[in-house]
Design a protein around this ligand. Sequence first.
Ligand SMILES: NC(=O)c1ccc[n+]([C@@H]2O[C@H](COP(=O)([O-])OP(=O)(O)OC[C@H]3O[C@@H](n4cnc5c(N)ncnc54)[C@H](O)[C@@H]3O)[C@@H](O)[C@H]2O)c1
Length: 464
Amino acid sequence: MAAPAQPRDAYADLVRTVPGAAVARRLGLPRPAVLRRHTPGAPLLPGPALVVTAGSGPSAFRTREAGGALASLLRRAGAQVQAEPADDGQRLGAVVVDATGATRVGDLAALGLALGPAVRRLAPSARLLVVGRTPAAGGSADDVEAAGVQQGLEGLVRTAGKELRAGATANLLRLAPGAGPAELEGPLRFLASARSAFVDGQVVEVSAAPGPVEQQHARPLEGALAVVTGAARGIGRATAQVLARQGAHVVAVDVPAASGDLARTANGVRGQALALDVTAADAPARLVEHLQRSLAGRRLVVVHNAGITRDRLLVNLDAARWEAVLGVNLAAPLRLTEALLEAGLVGDGARVVGVSSTSGLAGNRGQANYAASKAGVAGVVRALAPRLAQVGATANAVAPGFIETEMTARIPPVLRQLGRRTASLQQGGQPVDVAEAVAWLAEPASAGVTGQVVRVCGQALVGA
Ligand SMILES: NC(=O)c1ccc[n+]([C@@H]2O[C@H](COP(=O)([O-])OP(=O)(O)OC[C@H]3O[C@@H](n4cnc5c(N)ncnc54)[C@H](O)[C@@H]3O)[C@@H](O)[C@H]2O)c1
């Protein structure tokens, strides 16, 4: 049996032809860019990175050379770095801003004015990355102003995301007290790279990691065993593939009825298939038993990806639809995680990744049950994070927006077009885009990222 064909965006295909592009340009219609995605051996960025320091206060990096720490992290990742805007006509691959010292209202305007000319020089699929800091909790007038200014960065970055074109993205990393270059390196690399093609307009908090943050960046998941539920197709299959590419041994889980596709996923990644309905009464015990046999001292990564929809307006939602959706999307991840914790399988360096949804964050007509379950996933990872920190593990979620899968292929055509075109990137994402974000959260270098919900939505209008 052949694998199901990847659903296609016929409009995007059309406006990427020469006559299609001409018509779209004339009518002012969206022309979604072809996004730069991960290709082995390709450079980190599509051009040099300009590093800018903003703010009248001290940088969190305490380096004498302005932006020095960011520049060296970027160089280590293979980027060519410019400390001053060069007048060579070359397109920039990224503008990276150290705004940790932005504390005064005037700093926002100064940053905005400095960014204007730099943003004009961005290459297709370039990155605007701003590094700020979590505002101090103090109540002095200076602290309050600094908190306002740091929050102001969010509005600036999210707006830039909406204005950038040609596949460029804008994201904000916020350093919590005690976090520094070690915790920042992994998140910075991911958001700079082509792996974050569909992550746009996001704010990611980076906290101090409990121990040293070390990883070999070529295959960061070497020595990890990753369980992926719902891995027979769609986002789950792509996640299994990317986790394996990054070095993990994968246990692919899906319902027994999908065992043909599940075997294809597992074989394709040289992993194991585990036919298991995650809502079955014995699912936690069976997963624990399987892992007790196969974990073999490896670091555990669990991706709760299995999910279903049973859409109806709230007034028409019956008990069966509520129970089915909450059972798969929320109750199962809760039960499985608890069982893994109780069995002592979630240890140092373990990663729990939930799959939420922008529908959960914003609400979505006809999806009260689904939105409740997916907002629930966000609540679960936030509550789990401090508990897992005690054992050196993290819990986070990704919240996909419109992703081209069999799930979204069932959406009526007009709504499907709207879902795609109302994102800043003017298109739906690919399953691999969500998979890349999951794999990043699973890395050792993501030790400072916990309790976060990272949207992978091309900055969809919908959602927080
Ligand atoms: N596609 C999107 O646009 C989108 C957007 C937001 C969130 N998500 C979420 O991403 C995840 C994957 O979505 P997808 O589009 O790939 O969906 P999909 O329907 O293509 O795949 C879901 C997989 O989960 C499996 N599954 C369902 N119930 C299960 C159970 N009880 N036990 C084990 N496996 C089970 C299915 O058999 C299927 O293989 C879901 O949690 C979904 O809610 C998807």
